[in-house]
Design a protein around this ligand. Structure first.
Ligand code: ADP
Ligand code: MG
Length: 644
């Protein structure tokens, strides 16, 4: 049976990518004509005989990388949706130039290899991460079209759970450039859970929801997520997948272990530990690449064998021969595994409020590195659970994408996907404070609404500044966009501005502001041109904790100053109008109370740190109490004026 307009699943990985399809026999990988499932996420650009530029993608580009060090683009996923500045930390890990493109975006700058003039001067080109990813996606798309015998136009693509709006949008754009309609972006851990059918067949009848951990150790990154799976309302109803927390390290993976193995091999071959590093650095690039490859092969063999003999040519007449044992590997990998478990502990801590002390129901292993027995053993001990490992760990995410594709295709209806918003979203209020509208870790799609007003008379344009972050002041959060709502002039406090935040299933944010009295409306769709890495998300969280007390105080002072100013203005207006109706003593005392508050407000406004919050609160309360009589008079008078 073939599908008319099939939806494929794609795992667009940092190291490797895969394409999958779900048919009547279930989800399966679509291999290349040579039978290989994985496509290395590596791209090079060559000049074709007809003069056009041709992308060389996958195994060939990877195998020939030592010959084309500057022109081989690997790990492009690290730059997706990032600015050049955001990408700074990635540069030491990349072999190619990264420059700044339009809107401060990061771009790869590489030479185009001309086989006709291999040693001659090369032309340099600049490619966006989306374009490079599109080259990988095109390769997968044509692989699928050829295998299925029908043109493929639609895909579900997976991304890390912590990818933000900009990174998800960049992934969609890459799909579009490859001629794919990206019908859904889903989180990698969610895909892994779907591949295991977790959620399928769960029903309310057998009770509670399940929580699982997804441990994903790949070539260069480690991610752990805690997921909650909530059964659907009735039999056959979709289950909900919710990411409760994520943690990890964007620079921790199999590549680090490969490096340790290389150093081990050099010292086994006679170099003392310190000299091994120097010797490695002194090796020509291609010899070093061969050595890393030999180390990686040994690592793979040791997942099934107890010792591996390594032989590697380092140069003319120079060969390295050494043995690595399972014990060596366990020792070398131990610190790396330790770091992954520390991140697991962090993810469990973050999910603790939702877990309410209940133990996890399962652990899913993802990523090629989880084939290592040492990794499996330590993960099992850490969680106290036998991990799910039945599905090939480097295919499990892609297979889950195919399951999601078949759900969207209408073939299955047993899961609905939800993700979380990594950082709180809010709006700037008077005095530069932030009102959070959607809190971090809220599942998407999400929707929330807040009412605001003005603090100045006759404002005709209300500026709406959308922010992301955990801090209390706008200046300490990340600006996502500014738009303005035009309103008819009204006294301060009169306009009723309803601000509505909606985040769709793909994480795209739409903010709508409506002034209720006039019905005026404005909105903005936020597709930021660069995103935040998880490191930054973590830094923002840390900062917000470090500044929590200070931020709270500042927010409090700003609110007190704003509200006191409104009170003072109101009372000033009423005193001017109806003051003559008060007795002299009351009028003088009210004016003195107002002056006292005004002095505190001025001081607090000049320097919020030295503001005396208690004194401000007391002075504001005193003015409230002292103005009761004036308010009564004002109301009576205005009623009289109204009726007269
Ligand atoms: P990514 O998600 O970063 O694209 P993968 O999930 O494909 O990465 O994992 C790649 C990593 O898994 C590499 O470090 C590779 O050496 C390692 N790996 C693959 N197979 C094995 C194996 N049999 N034993 C140990 N490590 C393996
Ligand atoms: Mg992966």
């Amino acid at each position: 049976m073939s599908l008319a307009d099939p939806i494929i699943g794609i795992d667009l990985g940092t190291t490797n990518s895969l394409v999958t399809i779900c048919d009547s026999t279930g989800p399966r990988v679509i291999p290349d004509p040579a039978g290989r499932a994985l496509l290395p996420s590596v791209v090079r650009y060559d000049r074709a005989p007809d003069g056009s530029i041709r992308a060389v993608v996958g195994h060939d580009a990877l195998a020939q990388a030592p010959a084309f060090p500057q022109g081989t683009i690997a790990s492009i996923k690290r730059l997706m949706g990032r600015s050049r500045r955001d990408a700074e930390a990635e540069l030491p890990h990349l072999s190619y130039d990264v420059i700044e493109g339009p809107h401060s975006t990061a771009r790869a700058r590489v030479p185009v290899y001309d086989p006709g003039a291999r040693d001659g001067p090369h032309e340099w080109i600049v490619r966006s991460p989306q374009e490079v990813s599109a080259s990988i996606l095109s390769e997968l798309r044509s692989r699928a079209s050829a295998a299925l015998g029908a043109p493929v136009q639609r895909a579900v693509i997976t991304v890390p759970a912590y990818f933000d709006d900009a990174q998800r949008q960049a992934t969609r754009d890459a799909g579009r450039m490859a001629g794919l309609d990206v019908v859904r972006i889903i989180a990698e851990p969610t895909a892994a859970a779907l591949a295991y059918g977790l959620g399928a067949g769960l029903s309310r009848a057998d009770g509670r929801e399940r929580t699982i951990a997804v441990y994903d150790l790949g070539g260069g990154t480690f991610d752990v997520s805690i997921l909650r799976i909530t059964p659907g309302e009735g039999a056959g109803e979709p289950a909900f997948f919710q990411v409760l927390s994520t943690s990890g390290d964007t620079h921790l993976g199999g590549d680090d272990l490969d490096q340790s193995i290389v150093l081990h091999l050099l010292s086994e071959a006679g170099d003392p530990a310190g000299a091994a590093l120097a010797r490695l650095a002194a090796l020509p690039g291609d010899a070093r690449a061969r050595l890393v490859e030999a180390a990686r092969e040994a690592k793979h063999r040791l997942s099934n064998e107890h010792a591996a003999l390594v032989r590697c040519e380092l140069g003319p007449g120079r060969a390295l021969e050494a043995t690595v044992t399972r014990e060596d590997l366990d020792r070398l990998s131990s610190p790396l595994i330790e770091r992954t478990l520390a991140a697991c502990a962090g993810a469990l801590r973050d999910a603790a409020p939702a877990l309410e002390g209940e133990p996890l129901d399962g652990v899913v292993l993802v990523g090629g590195m989880t084939r290592m027995p040492a990794v499996r053993e330590r993960v099992k001990r850490f969680f106290g659970l036998d991990p799910y490992a039945g599905i090939d760990p480097d295919q499990v995410v892609a297979l889950g994408a195919a399951v999601q594709a078949s759900i969207l295709q209408g073939a299955r209806r047993d899961a609905l996907l939800l993700d979380v918003i990594p950082l709180s979203l809010g709006i700037e209020t008077v005095g530069g404070a932030v009102a959070k509208v959607i809190m971090r870790n809220t599942t998407v799609p999400a929707r929330a609404r807040e009412m605001f007003s003005t603090s100045v008379d006759n404002q005709t344009a209300i500026r709406l500044h959308v922010l992301q972050g955990e801090r209390e002041m706008a200046g300490d959060c990340r600006s996502l966009g500014v738009f303005s709502l035009r309103v008819p002039p009204m006294p301060a406090g009169m306009p009723q501005v309803e601000v509505d935040f909606g985040v769709d299933a793909n994480g795209v944010l739409t903010v709508t502001a409506t002034e209720r009295r006039s019905g005026r409306r404005a909105d903005v769709q936020i597709v930021p041109n660069h995103g935040l890495s998880r490191d930054e998300v973590e830094r923002i969280e840390r900062d917000s904790l470090a500044h929590a007390r200070e931020d709270m105080t500042r927010h409090q002072v700003v609110d007190l100053v704003t509200n006191s100013r409104l009170d003072l203005k109101w009372i000033g207006d009423r005193l001017a109008r109806y003051g003559s109706l008060l007795d002299d003593a009351s009028r003088a005392s009210l004016a003195a109370t107002a002056d006292a508050l005004r002095a505190l407000v001025e001081a607090a406004d000049a320097d919020w740190r030295s503001a005396d919050v208690k004194a401000l609160q007391a002075a504001k309360a005193a003015l409230d109490r002292g103005s009761v009589r004036l308010q009564e008079i004002a109301i009576t008078q205005s009623l009289r004026e109204g009726s007269g």
